[in-house]
Design a binder for this molecule. Structure first.
Ligand code: F3S
Length: 406
């Protein structure tokens, strides 16, 4: 692999052990995937933030890197933590867990992530980290990777936890995979003959296609979606998150909607065709129990302000029979609070939590066994990581189901 003089010096440890270790990771990954050179990245998004997943060994590793003087070179944001960094007591977390989760965030802050004030979220593009078309990135969160590649037209592989940190410290990644235009053609034509309407419909569609697609790049035709219509970005956010959960899809194209469906030849000559005639099979993947849910979770991927406004409108004046948790980025929560949506949701018995992802939280220890969600990705990981039963419906159906007046 060709390295510049500066990169060779970093690799030789001339700028300290933290940068040397980061370069070793970047170069090793590049060699594994056949990169001929490294390329600069405009931003990084780091995953592996939950203390539940990292454990003490992961925290020790981060603290050691930070103590060695590791500093990010490009704008870098963090994936969600397990808990709301401020309202964790309300969520039911124990102080011992909260202390360790805060230590993880402190280690990243010490490295200069988000200028020392991280707002953990899986939707960095909703809080100012908005990549430009064609920009190279090193993002790690699968739904954010999908959104950046597909909806924004930026270029990123799905980085692993250490790889993303190494990219942040060097400002580099290997030129391979989705950074190369030739690898961005679709290899699976998805003909949609069903009529997805809500974001959860798009999520169910994504789950169904993801199971079939694996790591291929789908090209959707027949989707009743127009750029600029209400919730078009949220629907694509839901679609991409689900595709990346049941499959390993990091890029998809939608005819007439996503940027590279116009500019990159969307379909490779040898491609398979998948026809989707109904959405029910996608919903059926996440229907574990008939038992009443004990928690309703909305905000996977983290909710936009428009989604929170929609939830507030639906629950206005209600008294919900089960707790409702809406997760989002902290700046979005602050905007929702200012606009009064938070107060409406709280009056109905719901809560808005920032920073947190329920799928990487100790959900059973928090007292929940069956969780309702509008997200196939949320359902997939709640079941597989948190070990709870799940049910998937649209937000409208859920609010009707848990309306205490019925
Ligand atoms: Fe985000 Fe967690 Fe869902 S990281 S996409 S809220 S599973």
């Amino acid at each position: 692999m060709h390295l510049t003089t500066t990169e060779k010096a970093w690799l030789a440890g001339e700028d300290g052990p933290a940068l040397r270790r980061a370069m070793e990771i970047i170069v090793a990954l590049g060699q594994i995937y056949g990169a001929e050179r490294l390329i600069p990245v405009a931003s990084v998004q780091i995953s592996g933030v939950s203390y539940r997943n990292l454990g003490q060994a992961g925290l020790d590793f981060l603290q050691q890197w930070a103590a060695e003087g590791a500093q990010v070179r490009v704008p870098t944001t963090l994936n969600p933590a397990a808990m709301d960094l401020e309202a964790w007591r309300v969520q039911g977390f124990k102080p011992e867990f909260a202390t360790q989760q805060h230590a993880v965030i402190a280690a990243f802050a010490q490295m200069g992530v988000s200028a020392g004030q991280p707002h953990p979220t899986c939707t960095p593009y909703l809080i100012g980290n908005v990549p430009q078309p064609g920009e190279h990135l090193a993002w790690a969160e699968s739904s954010a990777v999908s959104y950046a590649n597909s909806v924004l037209g930026a270029r990123t592989n799905r980085e692993g936890g250490p790889g993303a940190i190494a990219a942040a410290l060097t400002g580099r990644t290997g030129a391979y995979g989705l950074h190369l235009e030739r690898n961005r053609c679709a290899t699976l034509h998805v003909k949609v003959e069903a009529s997805p309407r809500t974001s959860s419909d798009y999520s169910a569609l994504g789950a169904q296609v993801g199971e079939h697609a694996g790591a291929r790049i789908p090209y959707f035709t027949g989707l009743p979606l127009t750029r600029g219509e209400p919730f078009w970005e949220e629907k694509l956010k839901a679609l991409g998150a689900a595709l990346a959960a049941t499959g390993a899809v990091a890029l998809y194209h939608v005819a007439g909607v996503t940027p590279e469906a116009r500019t990159v030849t969307p379909l490779a000559p040898e491609h398979e065709t998948l026809t989707i005639t109904e959405l029910a099979p996608g919903y059926a993947l996440f229907n574990d129990a008939d038992a009443e849910i004990d928690l309703l979770w909305i905000g996977c991927p983290h909710a936009s302000l428009a989604e929170i406004a929609h939830v507030a409108e639906l629950v206005r004046g209600q008294r919900l029979r089960v707790p409702l948790w809406v997760t989002c980025a902290r700046p979005v929560k602050e905007a929702a609070t200012k606009q009064g949506f938070n107060a409406i949701i709280e009056a109905a018995g719901g809560q808005l939590f920032a920073d947190a992802c329920l799928a990487i939280a100790p959900v059973r220890a928090l007292g929940f066994e069956t969780v309702g969600t509008v997200s196939a990705k949320g359902a997939f990981y709640l079941r597989n990581l948190a070990g709870v039963q799940v049910q998937l419906k649209s937000v409208e159906e859920w609010i009707e189901t848990v309306d205490g007046r019925r």
